[in-house]
Design a protein around this ligand. Structure first.
Ligand SMILES: Nc1ncnc2c1ncn2[C@@H]1O[C@H](COP(=O)(O)OP(=O)(O)OP(=O)(O)O)[C@@H](O)[C@H]1O
Length: 333
C-alpha cells in the first residue's frame, strides 16, 4: 500500500505537486495518468525518497521511505532515467545493488532470467537496445522481491512482444498481492493493464476511480446505425421518442438508448439495418475529455482543429523546461 497525504512539491514558484492525497492498494494494477508536466514523475520520485516533499507525506506499507532499512526489499522502481554503470556487466550492476541491500546473489540470476536477459548477463548495458535497457531496469526493480513496485513508462522502447510481456508481468505481480503503480502515456496499453486509475493535472488529483467508471464518467456512449433507408429510420426512431443525430457518411447516432430499443423500433417498421452497434469511448478519449482544462502544452493545428487537448500520445515527452516535440506549441500561463 502507498499512502499520500497532502503531498506537495514546489520548485521555486512552480507547484509541481499540489496537495495530493490518495492510496494505491495492493492486489490490483493502478495506472497513473496525467498530461505532460502534470507532476507524475515528481510524485513517483517523492515516493522513492529521491525528492523531498515541500509538505505532506508518503508512506510505503505504513513507513516513510527513510524508515525502510533495506528499501529495495520494500519498494522497487523502474524510473525513466535509471542509471546503470556503463562499464559493468548487467550481472555486476545488479550484484552491486543486491549487495548493498543484503539480497542474496542467486537472486541476480533469477531476475535476469525472469526478464529474458539471462543470455546477455555478462554484457555491458551501454551496448543494450532501449528495450533491453528497460528489461534490465525491470530486473533491478524486482531484485529485492518487493511488495510495492513503481513503473514509470515501462513499455518505452519495447516491441509488441515486450509490451505484452510487461502487461502480463504486472498483472501477475498484482495477483500475488503486490501494490503495482504504473505511469504510461500509451492509453491503449493502460486500458488493457490497469484496473484502477489515479489521474492528475497540474499537480492536482483529478480522478481516483476504477478504469470502467473513469471511462463511463468521462465519455459519451451511443448507438450507431447505418441503413439504406436513413430517412425512414430517422422518422421511426424519432416517432419512438429517441433523439437522433446525424454522424458522418449518413450514419445515425442515438444517445441514451440501448441497442435493443433501437433495433426493435427499426424492426417494427421493417427497416433494413447494415449496422447496429453500441459505441463506447476509449480510455484515450475519456482522458482527453477529463484533462482538457489541465494540460500545460497545447498543439496548434490551425483553425480547423479548434481547441486541442494535447494528449500525451500526441505530445511526446516534454522534458523539464524543454520545448516539447510537436507541431507548434504554446505553454499555458
Ligand atoms: N527539478 C525541477 N526543477 C524545476 N521544475 C521542475 C523540476 N522537476 C519537475 N519540474 C516541473 O514540475 C512539473 C511537473 O513535472 P513532472 O516531470 O513531474 O511531470 P510529469 O507528469 O512526469 O510529466 P511528463 O509526462 O512530461 O513526464 C513540470 O512543470 C516540470 O517542468
Amino acid at each position: 500500500m502507498i499512502e499520500l497525504a497532502g503531498l506537495t512539491k514546489r520548485f521555486g514558484t512552480k507547484t509541481a505537486v499540489d496537495h495530493l492525497s490518495f492510496q494505491v492498494r495492493p492486489g490490483v494494477v493502478t495506472g497513473f495518468l496525467g498530461p505532460n508536466g502534470a507532476g507524475k514523475s515528481t510524485t513517483m520520485r517523492m515516493m522513492l525518497g529521491l525528492d523531498h516533499p515541500t509538505s505532506g507525506t508518503v508512506r510505503i506499507d505504513g513507513k516513510h521511505y527513510r524508515e525502510l532499512a533495506e528499501p529495495l526489499r520494500n519498494i522497487g522502481a523502474l524510473l525513466e532515467a535509471r542509471s546503470m554503470h556503463p562499464g559493468r556487466s548487467a550481472y555486476n550492476n545488479l550484484l552491486c545493488l543486491a549487495q548493498s541491500n543484503r539480497i542474496p546473489e542467486r537472486r541476480v540470476g533469477e531476475v535476469l532470467d525472469l526478464v529474458g536477459l539471462g543470455a546477455v548477463a555478462k554484457r555491458k548495458p551501454k551496448g543494450f537496445s532501449m528495450g533491453m535497457g528497460q528489461r534490465l531496469g525491470i530486473a533491478a526493480a524486482l531484485l529485492g522481491d518487493p511488495r510495492v513496485l513503481l513503473f514509470d513508462e515501462p513499455v518505452n522502447g519495447l516491441d509488441p512482444e515486450g509490451i505484452h510481456w510487461v502487461r502480463n508481468l504486472m498483472k501477475a505481480l498484482a495477483a500475488e498481492g503486490r501494490t503495482i503503480f504504473v505511469s504510461s502515456h500509451l492509453m491503449s496499453e493502460m486500458a488493457l493493464t490497469a484496473d484502477h486509475l489515479i489521474v492528475i493535472g497540474q499537480g492536482k488529483l483529478l480522478a481516483d476511480t476504477s478504469m470502467a467508471e473513469f471511462i463511463h464518467q468521462n465519455s459519451r456512449s451511443y448507438v450507431r446505425l447505418r441503413s439504406p433507408e436513413p430517412v425512414r429510420l430517422r422518422e421511426a426512431l424519432t416517432a419512438g421518442g429517441l433523439a437522433v443525430a446525424e454522424g458522418p457518411d449518413g450514419v445515425l447516432e442515438v444517445d441514451g438508448a440501448s441497442t435493443e430499443q433501437v433495433g426493435d423500433l427499426a424492426g417494427a417498421q421493417g427497416i433494413t439495418l447494415h449496422e447496429l452497434s453500441a459505441q463506447r469511448a476509449s480510455l484515450e478519449e475519456a482522458f482527453m475529455q477529463m484533462t482538457a482544462g489541465a494540460v500545460e502544452y497545447h498543439a496548434h493545428h490551425g483553425s480547423a482543429a479548434g481547441p486541442v487537448a494535447a494528449g500525451p500520445d500526441a505530445a511526446g515527452q516534454a522534458a523539464d523546461g524543454a520545448e516539447p516535440r510537436g507541431p507548434r506549441w504554446s505553454k499555458e500561463g
